[in-house]
Design a binder for this molecule. Structure first.
Ligand SMILES: [Zn+2]
Length: 284
C-alpha cells in the first residue's frame, strides 16, 4: 500500500523563508483543523509575511485514523530512521517548524470550549497563548512527554469537539488571530483573557482493568472540566465505586470516550492572568 510519508506543506505570502507555521492533522481523525486551514487558504487574504500551512500526517488523514503506527503527539522529537511512520513524521515536522512561531490545531472529545496547551519552557509560545481567544491555557511541561509543544515554540489549540462545525469555525478564528499576532495578516487583535493552569497528574485506567477496555466502560465523570473539585468531593465513579478527591484539582481533558489508555488529567489553577502565572512559575 502506498501512502504519503511526509508532511504536506503549502507556503503563501511574500517570497522568503517561512516566518510562521500553522499545522493541522497531527491526529488523522481530527478534520476540523484541516478544514479551517482550507478556509483560510480559500479566503482572499493578503499575507504580509511568508506563512507555511502543514498537514502533518497525510496518510492518517486519508485513512481518517488517529495514527497509522503510533500516536504522533507522543512521539516528538521523533526518529528519522524509525520503522514507525509517526516517529519519522515527527522528526520531519520539527525540521519544517524550525524556530518559527507555530500553531498546531487539534480537536477533542472532552469539551466544546477551546483551550490552549503550551510548555512554559517556550516563553514566546506562552505569551502568544495569552492573546488567543481561548478561555483556558494549560502548561503541560511537568506532565506529558512527547508532544510537539514540548519540542518547539508551539501553541497547541484544542478547538472544540471532534468533527463538529463549531470546531472548524473556532479553529479558523484562532488561525486568523494567530497570524495577526505575528504580523502575517493585517488588523489588530482584541486581547484574550484566559485563565492559566498547570497539568499536574495523569489519571490512568485502573490497573486491574481488562486490557483493551475503553474508558467509557470503566468511568463515569461527575465533574466538569476546568471546574474546581474540592477535597473530599466525589468526582467520578469507576466501575460503580465512587472516587473522592484527596486534594483539590481541576479536571482537564477528562472524558469517558476520549483516550484508550487514560481518563484525562488533573490540573491546578496557577493564575487569572499571564502576569500571575509567570509569578507562580517564578519566571520574573
Ligand atoms: Zn489531537
Amino acid at each position: 500500500m502506498s501512502q504519503i510519508e511526509s508532511p504536506e506543506v503549502t507556503v503563501r505570502g511574500p517570497d522568503g523563508d517561512p516566518a510562521v507555521t500553522v499545522i493541522a492533522g497531527v491526529h488523522g481523525d481530527e478534520p476540523s483543523g484541516v478544514r479551517a486551514i482550507q478556509r483560510v487558504l480559500d479566503a482572499d487574504h493578503e499575507f504580509e509575511r511568508p506563512v507555511q500551512f502543514v498537514y502533518a500526517n497525510p496518510a492518517a488523514l486519508a485513512a481518517d485514523r488517529r495514527y497509522v503506527d503510533v500516536d504522533m503527539n507522543r512521539a516528538f522529537p521523533g526518529d528519522a530512521e524509525s520503522d514507525e511512520l509517526e516517529e519519522r513524521l515527527a522528526a520531519e515536522l520539527l525540521d519544517v517548524v524550525g524556530e518559527t512561531p507555530t500553531l498546531s490545531l487539534h480537536a477533542t472529545h472532552s469539551q466544546p470550549e477551546p483551550m490552549a496547551l503550551v510548555s512554559r519552557e517556550y516563553p514566546t509560545a506562552l505569551e502568544t497563548s495569552a492573546a488567543l481567544p481561548t478561555p483556558s491555557v494549560v502548561d503541560t511541561s511537568q506532565t506529558v512527554d512527547g508532544t510537539l509543544n514540548r519540542c518547539a515554540p508551539v501553541v497547541t489549540v484544542e478547538s472544540g469537539r471532534q468533527r463538529t462545525e463549531d470546531a472548524t469555525d473556532t479553529a479558523t478564528m484562532v488561525i486568523e488571530t494567530f497570524l495577526r499576532l505575528h504580523d502575517a495578516l493585517p488588523g489588530t487583535v482584541a486581547t484574550g483573557d484566559p485563565r492559566f493552569y498547570e497539568l499536574d497528574d495523569v489519571v490512568e485506567k485502573p490497573e486491574d482493568a481488562p486490557p483493551g477496555t475503553a474508558s467509557s466502560e470503566l468511568y463515569d465523570l461527575e465533574a466538569e472540566n476546568f471546574e474546581l473539585v474540592s477535597e473530599g468531593a466525589v468526582w467520578a465513579t469507576i466501575e460503580g465505586e465512587e472516587v473522592t478527591a484527596d486534594e483539590p484539582f481541576v479536571p482537564i481533558l477528562m472524558s469517558e470516550c476520549g483516550y484508550q489508555d487514560i481518563f484525562g488529567y488533573k490540573g491546578v489553577p496557577v493564575g487569572e492572568s499571564l502576569a500571575d502565572a509567570r509569578e507562580y512559575w517564578g519566571m520574573g
